[in-house]
Structures are given as structure tokens and as C-alpha cells.
Design a protein around this ligand. Sequence first.
Ligand code: MN
Length: 487
Amino acid sequence: MTAYLVTIGLEIHAHIKTASKMFDGCPADYAGAPPNSYVSAVSLGLPGTLPVLNQRAVELAACAGMALNCRVNQRSVFSRKLYLYPDLPKGFQITQYDEPICSDGWVEIRTAAGETRRIGIERLHIEEDTGRLVHADDDSSLIDYNRSGTPLMEIVSRPDVSTPEEARLVFEKIRQILVWIGASSGNLDEGAVRCDANVSVRPEGQVEYGAKVEIKNINSFRFVERALTYEIQRQIETLNAGGSVVQETRGWREDLGRTEGQRSKEFAHDYRYFPEPDIPPLELSAAWIAERKAELPELPDARRARFESEYGLSLQDADLLTLERPVADYFEQAVDAAAVAGSSAKEVANWVLNEGFRLLKERGEPATALATRMPVASLSGLIGLVVKGAITRGVAKQLFEECFDRGADPVQLVTERGLTQISDSDALRVAVREALADPKAAKAIGEYRGGKATAIQFLLGMVMRASKGQANAQVVRSLLEEELAAQ
Ligand code: MN
């Protein structure tokens, strides 16, 4: 059986979050708008129009490049990529070819097996998106030009990816970073981030790459993994059967669970790239690039590492709290507020992850909803009462849920309902004696006296239930031990 080496490269297209389109003032935020309502002479490619470069798109692309550890090139050039298809009204796409705005970066991923891998980023360039074809049931096709001319960045990885899992992780990581710095909405459902995956296989020992197949327009993390798993298997089976893999573009059919041939892959020379005569080369000063660099926020990996070292969180917890920037911000605000009440950051992380994330999952809400469901002041107030010993953890958990669902203020509820933890020995001794006198306690008492120390748990449970969770469990336990020894 021949062993095969797998080579995968990714091309990720992401909408750049700007108010207007790439080359004119036509508004870009067309989500939900009727077809062909966000169009202009420039985005329709009418003769005689001239493109004007969107400055904000350039800023965000440069920031994205830096966040992906790329070099921002002081000079870059726009080119025309020629192809004829109805979604492209001009007959060419304005893009960047041999001189992109950013080059030579990398992202780091961590596999489920715990291995950290660095995947090279060859380039990041700016271009415009095309219109969208909608294929109707009666075999006719409709064109919507709302998307035509919206700003895109294309991020091309080096062929460093070797498994479908790694491909998914790279896609996830790049999307996370783009959203984190505000360069893209990252909205996969709306196609704001899409991934093309190139994959080839070759027998071990063979130096030159096998024929490359490109799987186009994948807009889900799960699909990228599934499509590549299928495609690698298909190529290996083809070669094992004595056939050869054709260089082509294939589409992923999620409904059928397989890729399907679409068209033979063009070679770069088919596009007849040439410099765009209507846009001069883009010149960026070193000072301008330094200013953009200064604007970059602390990035997810750095923030995760800081959460581990500064707050003593586990890698896993720190990871969960830094998946999205608003969640990381919320956590740190809660840490600061709860520290005043004497709480550790670890305590805050436990409440956010164990109670907050559990309820979000149960109610089907995104992590970013926690800040409104459980405002920082409510969370830190609640944790403050727990660490001071004013309420038990059991009571705090109930209040957390009530606050989450109904927006109640947990601190106020404690006062209103008299939920303060009972630590007073005299009051608790009465409760302990009542529990021990209950016939239901007889069996456990017998076992305890017979030497089974764990039988005390049952008695403790009885007292805790009778106090509706308000009794201080430690005080109850020592009172039980006292009373059982005395009787
Ligand atoms: Mn492209």
C-alpha cells in the first residue's frame, strides 16, 4: 500500500468592514436590502467611470496583515484580472497580483492532540467582490449587483497545511483575528468570510507536488474539514486504481457529502493580468504603517497567554475566554470589579465559565450575550457576597440563574429575601438537633456510629435542605460531629 503526502493551501476571502464600496462612495452594507438597490455607476462598471481607492479598506487590510504577522509593503500595485462571467460587469476584477499590500506572515494553531503548528501566510491583498448569481428553478439565472465592488481582502496561506483538521483551525484562527481587530464582520452565513482550499496528494518519496484540486467557496468550518477529508480520499483512491488526478476546480456538495467537478482550473496566464491603469501604485510611508501598528489591540494569542500568566487560568479556560474580544473584555472588567470585594480572577472565571456559559448554551445564546444577561456589576456583586461568606454557593447559583433570565439584581434579592448565609451556631444547633431527631436520620446515625464516617454527608444534606441552602455547611458539619459524639 502506497503512503501519500497531503498538501493543502487555503485562500480566504473576507469582506472588509467599511461603510462604502472599494472604489466609490456607494454604500457597502447591503445586508437584507432588495436586489440591485446598492449599486452605482462604478459598481456596475459603466463605461467612463473611474475607480477611487477606499482609504478605510486600505487601513483595515494593513492592520489585518500585521495581525497575521505579515510585512506591510510600502508599495503595492493594483491589477486587472480578466475573465468573462455575468457576475463581473466590467469584464475584469480589480485586484492585486505580483505586488500585494502585505506579504510573508504566519498564524499559529493548536491541534486537538495539543500540537502547536505555525502555518505560513504568503500574502494578503485587496480586491473587489463580484455580484451574485441566483439560479432559479426554471433554469434561468438572476443577477444581484449589491455585492459588486464591495471591499475584499484575500489571504493566501503557504502549502503548510497537512490535514483537514489543520485547515479548519487555520480558517477559524484567521476569521477570529479579523473579527477581533474589527477588519471584518466574520459573518459566515452571509458569506462575509469564505474559504477556497487547494489540495494535492503525492506518493511518499516523490518530490514534485501532485495535481492540485481547488475546492471553492466553503463558508463553514465543518464543511472545510469534511470536503478535504472526502477529496483526499478521492484522490488517493484514484491514484491507487492507476488513474490520474485532473487539475480542476471542484465544488463541495454538502447534501451529497462529496465534491463535484466544475471546470478545469485556469492557469494564472489565462487571466491576462496587467497593471490597472486607472489606479496609481499605492505608496504607504513607514510612519503611516507605524501608526496602524500602534492602533492594533492586544491579539487573541497574546491575551490568552496573559490570562494564563496574570490570572493563573488553565490554557483551556484562558482559551474559552479569549475566543471573542467582547467576552475577554467582559471577563477582565468583572475581574477588576470583583477584586475590590476580595475575589480572585480564578473565582470570576469559574462563575463565567461554569454558570454563565452553561446558561448561554442551555438558552441557545452567543457568548457575547453574557454582558447584557449578567452585567459586570451584578456578577461582581454576587461573587463578592460569596467570597465574604454572606451567601452560600448554592444560593448564589440560584440567584445567578434568576439574574440571567429576569435581569434581577442579585445583591438586592439577597436583602429582599433574607438569603444571607446562616453561620450562627445557636440557630444552626437547633436545626441540627431537629434533623437528628427525624426518623429518616436513624439509619445514617447508626452507620456513622458504626464507623462509616461518610454517612455524615446524608445528615448534612438534611440540614442544608431544611435551611433552603442557607446554612453554612462547614459550621453544620462540625455541629453534627459534636452532637453525634455527645449523644
Ligand atoms: Mn480573489
